[in-house]
Design a binder for this molecule. Structure first.
Ligand code: AMP
Length: 115
């Protein structure tokens, strides 16, 4: 049995973090190491999908729910304009293998984000 992901442990209250928004199947927190003035993570409540490719193949409606929650957060906190990043694979900077979207906004630099 593998250990739960850090995000599952946050959802279950085992690691402290403020859940700033949620839908039936997804939730959002502030990134602990923000890479932009606005930096949220939107995360499916299930950890069965490692990355966005698995999520798109396995449950496209849940991917749409993640995008919808990202849009709602950007509407509330960033005037509706945002960058959505799914790091996919270690070589692309993914460190947590429970799919999550980075919602970045506010004076973004045009460099490659290691978000
Ligand atoms: P990635 O590198 O794309 O897998 O993104 C993982 C993100 O999770 C990083 O940006 C981390 O800063 C963030 N992170 C890790 N642990 C926590 C935590 N306890 N609370 C909030 N964000 C976290």
């Amino acid at each position: 049995m593998t250990e739960s992901s850090v995000f599952t442990r946050i959802l279950q209250g085992e690691i402290p973090a403020e859940i700033i928004a949620q839908t039936e199947n997804a939730f959002a927190i502030r990134d602990i190491a923000p890479q932009a003035p606005v930096h949220f993570l939107v995360i499916p409540k299930t950890e069965r999908y490692r990355d966005v490719v698995e999520l798109a193949d396995g449950d496209p409606a849940l991917l749409a729910e993640v995008v919808g929650l990202a849009r709602a957060l950007a509407d509330e906190h960033a005037g509706g304009e945002f960058r959505l990043v799914f790091n996919t694979g270690p070589g692309a900077g993914q460190t947590v293998f429970h799919v999550h979207a980075h919602v970045l906004a506010g004076q973004l630099e045009e460099k490659t984000l290691g978000a």
